[in-house]
Design a protein around this ligand. Structure first.
Ligand SMILES: NC(=O)c1ccc[n+]([C@@H]2O[C@H](COP(=O)([O-])OP(=O)(O)OC[C@H]3O[C@@H](n4cnc5c(N)ncnc54)[C@H](O)[C@@H]3O)[C@@H](O)[C@H]2O)c1
Length: 333
């Protein structure tokens, strides 16, 4: 099948190579001509060192490449998903399947990324979100990885499963698109907190607590937005949370570590040199929680540290001394 991947960062590149290995004809589009030229010249992506780009991978910076594709994979940072969708729209063939692999919630609108794409492309293009615990660095090195393909259109979810799946990349399907997208986006906020925890020198107990209670509040918001609780215990929820909170591949965690060690948040984000989705997701999640009346104390604390200059130690103390609670809502009812 003819497939275009839009966005030649680590993730777009790793997925383009996977699709190529699966026998598809793949074009990798770069946002800038210089980026495409550098890939061609070096024969590899600097964020995936030691992973060669075969000659059979077509590299371009021209959006017209989308014209011949039956499937388009959108792999830009979340802030660029809408503008990239807008740019590709004039070139889309009717019925082209669009796969969103970015993780985030749209700034200002608080829409999920598939919702933003749908607004831009209009009717007639099935949209799938592909998500789960999947570092580009490991997929690039062909390490076994398991993800989930989410769409309200069963045929398209299964098509994406078929296109991406091989013996080292396993794909499940689901119809819970909102659950999958919110799990992926909001876990980045918790990963930042896990990193701050490590930077402060707090221990495994604290990190486990942040992850567990963090997932609880992410699922609470997700359910209020129409997602299913069990999705948050799945690959795009718990799975992605574990990988992002514990791995040094996670830029959200690494950024958090720098903040925990005393770097001002804005500076830590800029110094990462790559998009830190959790920084933006914290503001979006707070806005959504306020709008829907959902309690998200860890996200609120993250917001105070990231945007309002609160000392992370004070934020942690605030979380520890909240009013006494039952762990689940259903105790002794
Ligand atoms: N890297 C991973 O391991 C991984 C895994 C799963 C999902 N994701 C998600 O995939 C998305 C992309 O991640 P990445 O690591 O490849 O990102 P990245 O930071 O490496 O950047 C991706 C690409 O986006 C391009 N870009 C920058 N500004 C742009 C704009 N205004 N318009 C269009 N393109 C622009 C850059 O040129 C770059 O090639 C993110 O949402 C991320 O959360 C990443």
């Amino acid at each position: 099948m003819n497939i275009t991947v839009l966005g030649s960062g680590g993730w777009g590149t790793a997925l383009a190579l996977l699709l190529l290995e699966n026998g598809h004809s793949v074009t990798l589009w770069s946002y800038k001509e210089e980026e495409s030229a550098a890939l061609r010249e070096k024969g590899e992506n600097s964020v995936l060192p030691g992973v060669p780009l075969p000659e059979s991978l077509t590299l371009t910076a021209h959006m017209s490449c989308v014209e011949k594709s039956a499937v388009v994979v959108l792999a830009t940072p979340s802030f660029a998903v809408r503008t990239t969708a807008r740019q590709m729209k004039p070139f889309l063939k009717p019925g082209t399947v669009i796969v969103s692999v970015s993780k985030g919630v749209e700034k200002d609108t608080s829409l999920t990324l598939t919702e933003a794409i749908a607004q831009e492309v209009g009717e007639g293009y099935p949209i799938v979100a592909l998500s789960g615990p999947s570092h580009a660095e490991e997929v690039g090195r062909k390490i076994p990885t398991v993800v989930v393909s989410a769409s309200r259109d069963e045929k398209s979810a299964k098509l994406v499963q078929d296109l991406f799946m091989n013996e080292r990349f396993r794909v499940y399907t689901t119809d819970d698109v909102i659950g999958v997208e919110l799990g992926a986006a909001l876990k980045n906020v918790i990963a930042l907190c896990a990193g701050i925890n490590d930077g402060l020198g707090y221990g495994d107990n604290t990190k486990a607590a942040l992850m567990t209670r963090g997932l609880t509040e992410v699922a609470r918001l997700g359910e209020a937005m129409g997602g299913r609780k069990e999705t948050f215990a799945g690959l795009a929820g718990l799975g992605d949370l574990i990988v992002t909170c514990t791995s040094m591949h996670s830029r959200n965690r690494r950024c958090g570590i720098a903040i925990g060690k005393g770097t001002p948040p804005r500076q830590a984000v800029e110094e990462m040199g790559m998009v830190v989705e959790g920084y933006y997701a914290a503001a979006n999640a707070k806005a959504l929680a306020n709008k829907l009346g959902v309690e998200m104390p860890i996200t609120e604390a993250a917001y105070q540290v990231l945007y309002e200059g609160q000392d992370p130690r004070d934020a942690m103390a605030g979380l520890m001394t909240r009013e006494r609670k039952q762990e689940t809502e259903k105790s002794w009812v």
